[in-house]
Write a protein that binds this ligand. Sequence first.
Ligand code: SGN
Ligand code: CA
Length: 512
Amino acid sequence: MSKNIVLLILLSSVCYSQQIRPNIIFIFSDDHDQRAISAYGNALIKTPNIDRIAQNGTVFENSFCTNSICAPSRAVILTGKHSHLNSVPDNRNETRFDSSQVTFPKILKENGYTTAIVGKWHLKSNPTGFDYWEILNDQGQYYNPEFISKEGARIRNGYATDLTTDLAINFLKDRDKSKPFLLMCQNKAPHRNFMPKIKYIGMYDSVLFPLPATFNRDYTKMGSAAQEQKQSIAKDMMPVYDLKLFPAIALANSLSGINDKNPYFAWLSEAKRLNPEEMEKWVNAYMPRQIEFLQIPKDEKSIAEWKFQSFMRDYMATIYSVDENVGRLLDYLDQNNLAQNTIVVYSSDQGFWLGENGWFDKRFMFEKSMRMPLIVKWPGVTDKNKRVTQMVQNLDYAQTFLEMAGIKSPSDMQGKSLVPLLKDPNVQWDRDYLYYQYFEYPDAHRVQPHYGIRSNEYKLIYFPLHNEWEFYNLKADPDEQYNLIGESGLKKTIAIHKLRLNELRKQYLVKP
Ligand code: SGN
Ligand code: CA
């Protein structure tokens, strides 16, 4: 451990107060958009158990990430530092989390907490700062997945979301009961390729999800980044891998996307994990979808809409399991006298496009992908169903967890503890602008690198590859359809945002 870390830990110990320290459970999913949580007040799906957290807690309505992609979001959360400082700007294979860094779990552990992480980790290097860890291998698999722990790798039979929660509950049972704990329970779901538990396949088949108004957006009027991206449901979703069309049917209809990967391989990479009996159930469960596809008209529009519905049905069915398992964890707390002294947080690494602009995936600084869910239940502090509208970011989580435990955070963390907002949603919150930066290019979806700032009313984005600026009025145009960068009436407002962007880049130590 470096001298700096020891010093920081000693400093924080001095400030640590002797009051009863709360336990913290951080439930974190992958690609779970706010709109797929009923506590956020929408009708896309009911999530009664996640809503239980909200019913006795605080819902952050304007919660955002700093870089809308998996590993980077996780690194920001652990370190409380932006991507350009925490060693993980992107998801590329070569990018590894520098595990010698100060993280909030390390500080909690040094201050007497038992710390554990189960499920998706995705940071390449092994977890540090945890007494117990058992993680999915890299992106992880849905069926009979491989888990890695200090003892090595092993396959566990079952469905990833259930297994992750089993591990979380086992940790709670076996933990050292004389200490407070931090438990990070991190789901793979609802990440691509959206594979529901077999018994839930088809559960939303009778639902027709509303097609977003922007589904058929005309890209020719958008900037080069939107024109270049490869995250179109119609063109880039793979019929076999993503949509579970049986390979022969997909090939016979020569659907676009079928050649992106060997369709058999991509399909089998997940489905082959099933044993013959499970495989038979899986194939039977997806049979109605094959029949439905054979019956639809084969024009571009009908196929695109069919793809949208199929994707949404699977995405939501994976969330059904997430919600069910959140319920199991909450029940365990209730039944074991832990609920009163345990903070429960629900979040996900970023948002997800659910058909707006015709897209899936994330990455862009636009609202759909930049937003992330954040719901916090802290018995005795948050009361029923509070809503916070101030802008917060995943950059704030580390300092929030530390303050919850009564620990002062290191001065080089770049966020701000959310504890004052949890205590009083109307407290003076001195943050008018958020900084965002996305780095990964060209893989996997050819989203150009960009950075920018968001204020309550506007968003300014810069795409350096082609030196393009975009400016949106979020109140008048929440779907970010009209780039106002050339609008003469907005010259002054745009200039202020450019100025603030430069100041934020300096403040956050971004190299020019
Ligand atoms: C994989 C997916 C992408 C996804 C990234 C990042 N492709 O590369 O669609 O954007 O993960 O996801 S897949 O063919 O492997 O499914 S993230 O959640 O890790 O950021
Ligand atoms: Ca993700």
